[in-house]
Ligand binder design. Structure first.
Ligand code: ATP
Ligand code: PAF
Ligand code: BAL
Length: 279
C-alpha cells in the first residue's frame, strides 16, 4: 500500500491514475479504524480499480478542543488494517500540511445545518465541508463512501457536491454495530468499562422510540424514550429527534409514506456519541 502525506504527492498520483483510466473509490476517515470503516473500504474496493483512504483528524471541524486533543490517533495500526484489506493508497497528511493555507471558507447549508449536529456543534459542518472539498479536489474520486452513522453529514455532503458541481458519486452504507447494538465509533475507545456497559442503551432507546411511534404520537414516543435514557445517570442526552430523513427537519407527526430518521446524541462522561435509525 502506498502511503502519502503531502498534498502535491496525492494530487500527482491520482492525476496519473485518472490518465491511466483507473476508477478511484475514496473513503475519507479520521482514523482509529474499526469494522464500520472497513465495510466502506470493502465496498469501495468492490466497485473501483483503486481504493484511496484518508486518515486525517481535521482540527477545523472540532468545536471542542479537548475532543480534538483526545481523539484516538492510531496511524500505524490503521495502516496495517488498510493494507490487510487491500487498500491501495493511504493519504495521511499532517494538519500543517493540510492547512498551509489557513481555512477561511464559509459555507451555508441553510436549514440542513440548523438542527441536531449543526445546532449543537457550531462550525462543525463548515469544517467538514472545507476538508471534504479539499480531499475531493486532491483525490479526484469517481465514488466517495460515507457511513449512515453520520446521517446529517451525508446530507450536507450531498448538498456540497451539488452546490460545487463535484463530478463524483456519493455512496452511503449502513451502520455497523457491536454485538450488543452499540454503533461502532472511534470514540467508543474513550469509554470507561462502566460507560461501555451502559452505551448500548442508546440504540435501545432508538428501538423503543420506534416501537412507541407505532402506537402513539411523536411527542409521547419521544417522552418515553427520554424517560428510559433518563434512568441511566451515566447518560446525558443532548438531543433525541424524529426527523424527515432527507430534509432532517423535526416532525411533530409522521406524514404517510415519508422517510423518517430517529437520531440522537448523548454524552457518557466527556465522550459524545451519536446514533440513528432509518424507518
Ligand atoms: N459504525 C459505523 N458503521 C458504518 N460507517 C461508519 C461507522 N462509524 C463511522 N462510519 C463512517 O466512517 C467514516 C469515517 O468516520 P469517522 O472516522 O469519523 O469514524 P467514527 O468511528 O464515526 O468516529 P467518531 O464518531 O468517533 O468521529 C464516516 O463516513 C462515518 O460515517
Ligand atoms: C468526513 C470526515 C472524514 C471529514 O473529516 C469526517 O467528518 C468523518 O470521519 O466522518
Ligand atoms: N464522524 C464525524 C466526525 C466528527 O465527529 O467530528
Amino acid at each position: 500500500m502506498l502511503q502519502l502525506t503531502s498534498l502535491s504527492d496525492i494530487r500527482q498520483h491520482t492525476e496519473l491514475l485518472r490518465q491511466q483510466g483507473q476508477r478511484i473509490g475514496f473513503v475519507p476517515t479520521m482514523g482509529a479504524l474499526h469494522e464500520g470503516h472497513l465495510s466502506l473500504i470493502r465496498a469501495a474496493k468492490s466497485q473501483n480499480d483503486i481504493t484511496v483512504c484518508s486518515v486525517f483528524v481535521n482540527p477545523v471541524q472540532f468545536n471542542n478542543a479537548e475532543d480534538y486533543r483526545l481523539y484516538p490517533r492510531l496511524l500505524e495500526a490503521d495502516a496495517q488494517m488498510l493494507a490487510q484489506e487491500g487498500c491501495d493508497v493511504l493519504f495521511a497528511p499532517s494538519a500543517e500540511e493540510m492547512y498551509r493555507q489557513k481555512a477561511r471558507l464559509s459555507f451555508d447549508f441553510g436549514e440542513l445545518e440548523q438542527v441536531m449536529e449543526g445546532a449543537h456543534r457550531p462550525g462543525h459542518f463548515n469544517g467538514v465541508a472545507t476538508v471534504v472539498s479539499k480531499l475531493f479536489h486532491l483525490v479526484k474520486p469517481h465514488q466517495a463512501f460515507f457511513g449512515q452513522k453520520d446521517l446529517q453529514q451525508f446530507a450536507i455532503i450531498q448538498q456540497l457536491v451539488l452546490d460545487l458541481s463535484f463530478d463524483l458519486e456519493l455512496v452511503c452504507f449502513p451502520i455497523i454495530r457491536e454485538e450488543d447494538g452499540l454503533a461502532m465509533s472511534s470514540r467508543n475507545r474513550r469509554l470507561t468499562a462502566e460507560q461501555r456497559e451502559v452505551a448500548p442503551h442508546l440504540y435501545e432507546a432508538l428501538q423503543l422510540l420506534h416501537a412507541k411511534l407505532q402506537a402513539g404520537s411523536v411527542a409521547e414516543a419521544k417522552k418515553e424514550a427520554e424517560t428510559f435514557l433518563g434512568s441511566f445517570p451515566e447518560i446525558r442526552l443532548e438531543y433525541l429527534e424524529v426527523v424527515h430523513a432527507q430534509t432532517l427537519q423535526p416532525l411533530e407527526e409522521i406524514p404517510a409514506g415519508a422517510p423518517v430518521a430517529l437520531c440522537l446524541a448523548a454524552f457518557l462522561g466527556e465522550v459524545r456519541l451519536i446514533d440513528n435509525m432509518l424507518l
